[in-house]
Design a protein. Structure first.
Length: 129
């Protein structure tokens, strides 16, 4: 007798849980159109001079002018919990803007001539809301 009572209750709870999840989740099509947050946290090579560091920060700020970049910031890391000293953060409205940024000549030039030569280590984080 208990089996007959528990089974409908369990079935009802399972359906209720599934319904709530469906109502709360966002369809994948909508997720593809949400902002992309891009950030990279880094440390410089030990051999980088103060003049090279200043040049690096002058050049990295040019990335803000690439079409599609929103909310560009260069930041100082203050947490003792990680090894990185600096970071750069920005957003993109969609995947197309992010892809265009990655292949834009200004970005490619910066990576080849400054990032790869001056940065010792980094962590890149990209996510959607």
């Amino acid at each position: 007798m208990k089996k007959l009572i528990l089974t409908p209750i369990a079935f009802f709870l399972l359906l209720t849980f599934a319904f709530i999840n469906l109502k709360c989740s966002t369809p994948m099509e909508n997720k593809l159109n949400t902002n992309i947050h891009h950030s990279a946290y880094f440390i410089f090579n030990d051999s980088i001079s103060n003049e090279d560091t200043a040049l690096f920060f002058t050049e990295i700020k040019k990335l803000a002018d690439i079409p599609g970049v929103i909310g560009f910031k260069v930041v100082n890391e203050i947490s003792p919990k990680n090894p990185y000293n600096f970071g750069v953060t920005m957003e993109f409205k969609n995947q197309q803007d992010y892809d265009s940024y990655n292949s834009h000549p200004t970005h490619v030039d910066f990576v080849q001539n400054y990032w790869l030569k001056m940065v010792a280590d980094f962590m890149e984080i990209d996510y959607r809301e």
